[in-house]
Design a protein around this ligand. Structure first.
Ligand SMILES: [Zn+2]
Length: 235
């Protein structure tokens, strides 16, 4: 019977776990970069990816946040041919699967925020998180469109915020992004908000972002910030 591993079926193959090396990590990262750049980024592909290395005959699996796998991890196996029916997976519990996965997550986050970092640069703003950084950039993806919002203090083209929102969030990058989408007439569906600073209390906990999303009729919004991602369901 073919064996199942990381959602793949393996027939006539024997997998022997080995250490994950930097070139395996680089291979997985390249695949994730491709997904981010060339498709309407499906987060399943960002948090779960694999890479086949022809040179050393390995396959590397990355699970960023899989409930099934428990913790984030990276597993590299050497793939050997074997008679059908003798498939097996030889694991090695001495191999650290968590450390390279955490390294991988850092690299992915860098990729995710790369576009925002470039946008900052164009505006002449200092990098996010740097000591004299006072700005925030937010990117809102909705209905196939993308809107970049800038916090009011750093925004060369401040917009009138007609959305109903608390006075603190009103000057924040999130409101600038939502207002643009609102003005463009975009409504409903799913959206994704990527912000290069964690949501402040007014935008996050106190519902600033949720309220603006509701005014656009958004059903579900995914919020990605430096400390992680969360999904807000509005229905
Ligand atoms: Zn805020």
């Amino acid at each position: 019977m073919p064996l199942e591993l990381h959602n793949f079926e393996w027939e006539g193959e024997r997998l022997v776990q080995r250490e994950t090396e930097p070139h395996h990590i680089a291979g997985v990262l390249a695949k994730i970069r491709w997904v981010l750049e060339n498709s309407d980024c499906d987060w399943e592909d960002v948090y779960s990816a694999y890479y086949v290395c022809e040179e050393d005959g390995t396959v590397t699996f990355y699970e960023g946040e899989s409930a099934e796998a428990g913790n984030p991890g990276i597993w590299t196996y050497v793939v050997y041919s074997c008679p059908v029916g003798s498939e097996e997976v030889v694991k090695n519990s001495d191999i650290n699967t968590l450390a390279p996965a955490l390294e991988m997550q850092q690299l992915i986050y860098k990729l995710i925020f790369e576009e925002l970092a470039q946008y900052r640069q164009q505006l002449g703003l200092t990098p996010a998180g740097s000591e004299d950084d006072r700005a925030t950039i937010a990117k809102l993806e909705i209905g196939g469109s993308v809107f970049f919002g800038i916090s009011a203090g750093s925004n060369p083209n401040r917009r009138k915020i007609t959305l109903k929102v608390n006075p603190i969030s009103r000057t924040h990058a999130e409101a600038d992004a939502f207002q643009q989408a609102f003005d463009a007439g975009l409504r409903g569906g799913k959206a994704r908000l990527t912000v290069d600073r964690d949501l402040c209390r007014a935008c996050g906990q106190n519902g600033g972002v949720k309220g603006m999303a509701r005014q656009l009729g958004i059903e579900e919004i995914e919020v990605i910030s430096p400390s992680g991602r969360q999904t807000i369901t509005l229905i």
